[in-house]
Design a protein around this ligand. Structure first.
Ligand code: AMP
Length: 419
């Protein structure tokens, strides 16, 4: 019988890689602290309805990609495909509107989407997500975009491009929607099947279709910018002035859309030149009518989500540093079986002093243990009958090949001084 394998589109992040994840997570935490965002832990599953209403019935995510099941109580449950809807639900449920506004939240964790797996696209993936809830101000949009840029700057990423657009609001979007439909009508037959079905339901999404024919058809389509109402225009201008002021270069792209009524004004994405087709390291924007869509009062909001797999792939491609790889400092070697108990005690003592230490549990001889020491640690700390008698440890520097006899106290001081 073949051993059970992990489901398609999932991956195990093992020791050779997990330290990189810890580094990136730590950087996320640092930036969140500096920008005043508080970490929250939200459920990994929610009522399906939250995503149908909060992400949108006509999105690919809801139509095709959700992991939905009925639980033993007969409820329809969905593994979260994204975090924004959950963040807004949490804001409402915990009455965060009564606290300081905007409520600034961040979280990191796994998301689930039934997509076709490829490089940078998985069925379980990790997102870092921030949301600022309760403020209309365009400078909050500025803060959110700046947060993502600052995070990537601190991670050492380069070759990134900020793509920006506005998707208007329920006041001005219907006029644009109509203009877009009118423009597309004569060429309706050329659109792909998906876009044909989008034509009535969600025509803005036709703008970000990846099919070359749809791309060509929409090439000369009217731009949303020409249709923005005064409020949306002013919001966009203020954001652009802010971005200019902080020296951010952005590329305006009318194809960047959200295409649902509760997404409003700002839409943005940061793309990497080192990722291939799945090139978005983060995506975000404003959603002033989402809280109402899930049954709450009017709560404006803006945020972004970044896929950590893609961030790490890009960092690796660009040779970015992940900080210091955790390493074992000392490998305690028992020169004979009778020294094993003292070897265990010495390893424990080193660990109590925050010096990482390891030892053999496989009954290897001296030679085998020295080999393990060479493979895994900076120092071999050898204990044999003569060391025990003299009350010392023979400490061998595995890269220099030198060795000396030290008391335990001297050993601890020496290794601690190197940290
Ligand atoms: P979205 O929620 O679709 O706007 O995606 C936000 C970010 O999450 C993207 O920019 C990607 O970095 C990441 N992401 C989305 N879907 C996936 C996926 N299936 N696998 C890996 N990362 C993803």
């Amino acid at each position: 019988m073949e051993a059970v394998k992990a489901p398609r589109g999932t991956r195990d992040i093992l020791g050779g890689e997990s330290w990189k994840w810890a580094y990136v997570t730590q950087k996320c935490r640092e930036v969140a602290d500096d920008y005043g965002y508080k970490e929250v832990y939200l459920p990994i599953f929610e009522h399906t309805e939250l995503f149908c209403r909060g992400v949108g019935e006509t999105t690919d995510v809801v139509e095709k990609e959700m992991y939905t099941f009925t639980d033993k109580g007969g409820r329809s449950i969905t593994l979260r495909p994204e975090l924004t809807a959950s963040m807004v639900r949490s804001y409402l449920e915990n009455e965060m509107g009564k606290g300081a506004q905007p409520a600034k939240l961040w979280s990191i964790g796994p998301m689930f989407r039934y997509e076709r797996p490829q490089k940078g696209r998985y069925r379980q993936f990790v997102q870092m997500d921030i949301e600022a809830l309760g403020a209309q101000d365009a400078f909050v949009d500025l803060e959110v975009i700046d947060f993502s840029m600052e995070l990537y700057r601190r991670l050492g990423l380069s070759n990134l491009q900020v793509i920006l657009n506005s998707v208007g609001c329920p006041k001005c979007r219907p006029v644009y929607r109509k203009a877009l439909q009118e423009y597309l009508r004569p060429r309706y037959d050329e659109l792909c099947d998906t876009c044909k079905s989008r034509y009535d339901r969600n025509p803005l999404r036709i703008l970000d279709c990846k099919s070359p024919i749809c791309k060509e058809v929409t090439e000369g389509a009217p731009s949303v910018m020409e249709y923005l109402c005064d409020e949306c225009k002013e919001h966009f201008e203020q954001l652009r002035r802010g971005l200019d002021r902080i020296g951010a270069t952005v590329v305006l792209d009318k194809r960047l859309v959200r295409g649902l009524d509760y997404y409003t004004k700002t839409a943005y994405e940061i793309q990497s030149g080192d990722l291939g087709s799945q090139n978005a390291v983060c995506g975000g924007g404003r959603y002033d009518n989402l809280a109402e869509a899930i049954g709450g009062p009017h709560v404006p909001g803006v945020g972004f989500a970044s896929g950590l797999e893609r961030v790490i792939i890009t960092m690796e491609a660009q040779g970015c540093s992940f900080g210091r790889k955790p390493e074992t400092k000392a490998y305690v070697v028992a020169a004979e079986p009778s020294a094993r108990i003292e070897a265990a005690a010495l390893a424990r003592e080193l660990r109590m002093h925050r010096i990482s230490a390891d030892l053999d549990y496989m009954g290897r001889g001296m030679k085998g243990q020295m080999k393990s020491a060479g493979n895994t640690a900076n120092y071999a700390c050898i204990l044999g009958a003569s060391e025990l008698e003299k009350g010392v440890v023979t400490v061998k520097d595995m890269s220099a090949g030198t060795q000396e006899e030290l008391t335990t106290e001297q050993l601890i001081n020496k290794l601690k001084a190197q940290q």
